[in-house]
Design a protein around this ligand. Structure first.
Ligand code: ADP
Ligand code: UDP
Length: 237
């Protein structure tokens, strides 16, 4: 399968049409961005690590009955995925308070959230991805009530599966973001699951093993992603 027309370029991935109308090629670039694209850098190997990381997680989730867009790995930094009609909201689950939650509510960084917290954000970089609720989603027609329920239930199921996976390898899944899209009358999990879109801490030291290393200039960004990949068994070469 070969890249066809360039469909769109996001901040970290590019998406291409293929000779099949239902499939896309997703290219994971080395580009890294934070703060809605204000801070950017090129990090060697990141595209390859994230492509293989996401493929591994999507297959783990499929094995637990969660339907995803993932079809197959194509090259080191490209995957074939089903072409979805994306819902323009981000679904975030938080197991531990940090990041924007602490800024917004003034709560202590690092406290456990029991039960976990669910939040929706509108995908809109120009407006800094504002938090929205189910009433906004309904009023503006971004998704139906049924789709909202499906996204919440599926994101919590993903949390159950992945909390356990990371815990088994001495890591805490602090929070993460998912995106969904429509395909043939149903919703599938799309986009990616990588350390770019989640927070993972070592259970003993609470060392950050995710994109916060880039956001906070801690160094060793891709090395941390590779460490997580290595611990959970992602084959990187
Ligand atoms: P961003 O849009 O946040 O800058 P990326 O660089 O990750 O993000 O760009 C990837 C784009 O592709 C996103 O807009 C995402 O919603 C979209 N996308 C992800 N999976 C699919 C899919 N299966 N079909 C169509 N579009 C997708
Ligand atoms: N996240 C993401 N893309 C976004 C916003 C957030 O992948 O546009 C992820 C982020 O990596 C973290 C979780 O969602 O794992 C919650 O992020 P938060 O709201 O704390 O925002 P941040 O502190 O990153 O601004």
């Amino acid at each position: 399968m070969q890249r066809g027309e360039h469909l769109y370029a996001g901040k970290a991935k590019s998406v291409y049409l293929t000779d099949s109308p239902n499939l896309l090629i997703m290219h994971f670039r080395n580009d890294t961005s934070a703060f809605d694209g204000e801070k950017v850098a090129q990090l060697d190997r990141k595209g390859m690590v994230n492509n293989k990381f996401s493929a591994f997680i999507m297959q783990k989730l499929e094995a637990q009955g969660i339907k995803t867009h993932f079809e197959k790995l194509l090259t080191d930094d490209e995957s074939v995925v089903k072409k979805l009609d994306m819902i323009p909201v981000e679904c975030v689950v938080r197991n531990i308070a940090t990041g924007s939650l602490c800024k917004r509510l003034g709560v202590e960084d690092g406290i456990d959230l029991e039960p976990p917290v669910f939040e929706f954000f509108l995908k809109d970089d120009a407006r800094h991805d504002p938090m929205v609720n189910e009433y906004h989603i309904r009023a503006f027609g971004w998704a139906t009530d049924q789709e909202v329920e499906f996204m919440k239930a599926t994101t919590f199921k993903v949390n159950d599966v992945l909390w356990q996976l990371f815990k088994e390898h001495d890591m805490l899944l602090v929070d993460f973001k998912l995106e969904y899209g429509r395909y043939d009358g149903e919703l599938l999990l799309g986009d990616e699951f990588t350390p770019d879109g989640c927070r993972i801490w070592d259970v003993a030291t609470r060392e950050k093993l995710d994109k916060d290393r880039f956001r906070r200039n801690l160094g060793g960004v891709v090395e941390a992603y590779e460490e997580v990949a290595h611990r959970i068994g992602v084959p990187l070469d």
